[in-house]
Structure formats: structure tokens, C-alpha cells
Design a protein around this ligand. Structure first.
Ligand code: SAH
Ligand code: SF4
Ligand code: F3S
Length: 436
């Protein structure tokens, strides 16, 4: 594989981005070089997402685009990630320009698979593992700013939320060796990084040789007070006071928690198999506020799940008002094959109703975010500078501990610095400030 050029394109969540960094490391190990465009590439790897139907449609379109290049010259296209795992060899039947399909637990075999592909063989390797965590592989950071990096701390999910494809595409839940995580964080800090985000589908259920997630957070926070620590995602059913106390105890653990609600209706939560109630969720919100009055809270929500009625939707809007989220990822329900919902429930909310409900949530959330940001005006925050603002070269942007983006006149500051910024104005999405 020496000298072969590989172009990697990544879709989906942060875990896929983290995986692409592991893949790059594996391929570098056999002498491949990563390149920046399809034009230069011998191999194109598409690391895919299967979470909603439109995520998969995007990949199908992209694969069709690549045919044009393949008609001109030899180019091997491989599909990796969640959609590869879901469709397996079927994908190579539907898209005959794809020469290999590799699931999330089989990346160590990529060099061997890609060699076989060059010999004219088509390969599908989609076996899931109960133990693979790639703990020993040092990811090669891609397209980063050199300031903030992801660290994968666990893989898989076995919560089986009724709508969700992830347990089928990522397999059993398994936690990664805590020492290898701390070593990776320390390596990043020594290389100049200022922030790490620990990643898992449900970080609260992390457990390795008796180390809990809260203990792991403390271990990573101890690397340096100058290293910020974030995490995603925590499942409300398992959010412990132990974790909240640890977050409160370390100034460098960011005061920001992503707590996907999915629905504010108990009837929907039950159908979704989320295993908490609206009351439990509100109790956890109260706990977050008790431990950290200055913590921001963000969420995910699905509009139009099976059987959702107007009253359920209203309950979701009500929860949004009660919690007052700083940010939300909002989705229209998309039925995924093989999930519990696909087997046992009906996708019976008409698309226009799903769309209307989603719009109502988006509109409400816009108002709430603006209201929250207005309350920030006059406050002073420590901001980690990430780079030059997209709107003006004279301005920098960064984020505070609460993960809010702040834009300000650059002064003498530069990317990677911690600076103090007073908030002077805002929009629903951004705070505007000045150096103090
Ligand atoms: N592990 C995380 C979620 C990962 S998927 C958690 O449990 O919170 C990210 C988000 O995609 C989910 O929180 C959910 O809001 C959304 N999602 C998942 N499956 C979906 C589907 N079939 N249709 C629409 N949105 C979906
Ligand atoms: Fe999907 Fe639920 Fe697992 Fe999150 S916890 S990845 S929503 S099954
Ligand atoms: Fe998508 Fe897989 Fe992530 S389905 S959201 S890339 S875990």
C-alpha cells in the first residue's frame, strides 16, 4: 500500500469523525498518504451515517457523483461506517461502483482489504466485535484547528431506543481502557491542544475496571487545568449526581450538558423505549441546576414519532419552555429498517404534520435561545479562542465553558489563547463581546 493516496470523506456524528482519524492512523501505518481531493486519490473512503433516511440518500448521491471520475480512470471507492454496517454487501449490488464495504469494527483490516480490492476482488467485511475499541491506535488528527480534539471513550450502544439504528450499526456497548484515554488526552495537551471532548453514545454507562465515567472525567481533568474537558452524549436515564458533582468540582470541566429529550410526552417516551419519564427528566434538570447554576443545557428532539398526537407535541413544546435549552438539534422522525419501530409500530404521522410540528419546535427554540443569550449581556467569560471570525478578519471567535460562541474584536489575542470577554450584544446563535 506504500505511496497509495487515500481521500476520506466523513458524514454523520462526531464518532464517525473520530473513527476517520483512527482509519487515517491505520492507513498511515502501511505507508498510505491521505490526500485532500478525489482528483489525486487512488482510493476514496466514504465514512457514512445511517441515522435518518436523508443521511443515506446523500451518500447514494455522492456515490453516483464518483462514477463520473471512475469512468475516466481507475479509482476504488469504499463505503465505511454505519450505512456500510446496515446494508452490508447489498450496498455493492445497489451501487456497483463500490468495491469494498467495511463496518465500524473492522477498520484494522482495511490495509489487507484494500490490497485485495486492487487485485480485483470485491470485499464486504461487516462483522461487529464485542471488544474492539481501537484503544492502542493513536488517531491522526484531521482538518482540526490544533486546539480542540475528540477522544472516543466507548463504542456501540445497547439501549435500543425504538426509532434508532445505532445499536444495529455499532454493536454492543464497550468501554475503552481508561489509561489509554488519559494517555491520549495528555499527548494532545503536550501537542498544544486546549480542549478534548470525550465521546460515546451514552457516556454515563462508561465503566472500565471499576472506573466510572465521573472518575474518568476527573482523571482527564487532572491532566492540566489548562485543558478543557467536554463530553457527549449523556442519556437522561443514567445521569448521576456523582457526575454532576465531578463537573462542579473541576473548573476545567466545561459547564455544558447535552441531554437528549426526544419527546416531552410520557406516552411517546415509553413507545420510544427511552426508559425515563418527563418527571424524571425534569428532576435531572433540577439536579444539574443545583450542582451548577451556570451550566448550559442542550438537547435532541424528534417530531412526529409513531402515534404522536397533538397533545404529545404540545407536551414537547411545554418541556422546551420549562427547560429553556441553550441549543437543540431538532429532527423529523425517519423510520429506519430493522428497528423496533419498523417491526412493531406505524409511521402514521403525515409528513406535513411532522414538518409543521418540527417548524413549531424550531421557532420556539429560536425564541428561547435569543432570550437566554440576552441574559448573558453584561457577563464576563473566559473564552478559548478558536480562530478568525467567518464574517470579519478583524474579529476572532471562541467559546466559553458553556459552549456558546462569542465573537469579538481581535486585539492582541490569537487562536489557542484563553481570554476574558465581556458580552455586549447577541443574536439567537452568537454572543458578541469585547476583550477585557
Ligand atoms: N446516543 C444519543 C443519540 C445519537 S443519534 C442519545 O441517545 O441521546 C442523535 C440523534 O438523532 C438522537 O438523539 C435523535 O434525536 C436523532 N435520531 C435518531 N434516530 C432518529 C430517527 N429514526 N429519526 C429522526 N431522528 C433520529
Ligand atoms: Fe440510539 Fe438510544 Fe443508543 Fe442513543 S441511546 S444511540 S438514541 S439507541
Ligand atoms: Fe450516524 Fe452512525 Fe453516528 S448512524 S449519527 S454516524 S453512530
Amino acid at each position: 500500500m506504500t505511496g497509495k493516496k487515500v481521500y476520506i470523506e466523513t458524514y454523520g456524528c462526531q464518532m464517525n469523525f473520530a473513527d476517520s482519524e483512527v482509519i487515517t492512523s491505520i492507513l498511515n501505518g502501511v505507508g498510505c498518504e491521505r490526500c485532500d481531493s478525489v482528483e489525486e486519490a487512488d482510493y476514496v473512503l466514504i465514512n457514512t451515517c445511517a441515522i435518518r433516511d436523508n443521511a443515506e440518500q446523500r451518500i447514494h448521491h455522492r456515490l453516483r457523483d464518483l462514477r463520473a471520475v471512475q469512468q475516466r480512470r481507475r479509482l476504488y471507492v469504499g463505503v465505511l461506517g454505519c450505512m456500510a454496517e446496515r446494508l452490508k454487501q447489498r450496498l455493492m449490488v445497489e451501487e456497483d461502483n463500490v468495491s469494498f464495504v467495511v463496518g465500524p469494527d473492522a477498520y484494522r483490516r482495511l490495509p489487507e482489504i484494500m490490497t485485495r480490492v486492487a487485485e480485483g476482488v470485491k470485499v464486504a467485511e461487516t462483522e461487529l466485535s464485542e471488544s474492539e475499541t481501537y484503544a492502542d491506535i493513536v488517531p491522526v488528527r484531521l482538518d482540526g484547528n490544533g486546539i480542540s480534539a475528540y477522544i472516543s471513550i466507548m463504542r456501540g450502544c445497547q439501549n435500543y431506543c425504538a426509532y434508532c439504528v445505532v445499536p444495529y450499526t455499532r454493536g454492543r456497548e464497550r468501554s475503552r481502557d481508561a489509561e489509554s484515554i488519559v494517555r491520549e488526552a495528555r499527548g494532545l495537551y503536550e501537542a498544544g491542544y486546549k480542549e478534548v471532548t470525550l465521546l460515546g453514545q451514552n457516556v454515563n454507562s462508561y465503566r472500565w475496571n471499576g472506573v466510572s465515567f465521573a472518575q474518568l472525567m476527573a482523571m482527564v481533568a487532572e491532566v492540566s487545568p489548562q485543558l478543557r474537558v467536554r463530553f457527549a452524549t449523556s442519556h437522561p436515564k443514567d445521569l448521576s449526581d456523582e457526575l454532576l458533582a465531578t463537573m462542579a468540582a473541576y473548573p476545567n470541566i466545561c459547564k455544558c450538558i447535552h441531554l437528549p429529550l426526544q419527546s416531552g410526552s410520557n406516552r411517546m417516551l415509553k413507545l420510544m423505549n427511552r426508559r425515563y419519564t418527563a418527571e424524571w427528566y425534569m428532576d435531572r434538570i433540577a439536579a444539574v441546576r443545583r450542582f451548577m447554576p451556570n451550566c448550559s443545557i442542550t438537547t435532541d428532539v424528534i417530531a412526529g414519532f409513531c402515534g404522536e398526537e397533538e397533545a404529545d407535541h404540545q407536551a414537547t413544546l411545554e418541556m422546551f419552555r420549562e427547560v429553556g435549552y441553550d441549543y437543540a438539534y431538532m429532527f423529523k422522525f425517519s423510520m429506519r429498517p430493522d428497528t423496533y419501530a419498523a417491526k412493531h409500530l406505524k409511521d402514521d404521522v403525515p409528513d406535513e404534520v411532522k414538518g409543521r410540528r418540527l417548524e413549531e419546535i424550531i421557532k420556539l427554540q429560536g425564541e428561547i435561545a435569543l432570550e437566554n443569550n440576552r441574559r448573558e449581556v453584561g457577563k464576563i467569560y473566559e473564552v478559548l479562542v478558536e480562530g478568525t471570525s467567518h464574517r470579519s478578519k478583524e474579529q476572532l471567535f471562541g467559546r466559553n465553558s458553556q459552549n456558546k460562541v462569542i465573537v469579538f474584536d481581535r486585539g492582541d489575542a490569537k487562536a489557542g489563547d484563553y481570554v476574558m470577554v465581556e458580552v455586549t450584544d447577541c443574536t439567537a446563535a452568537t454572543l458578541i463581546g469585547r476583550l477585557v
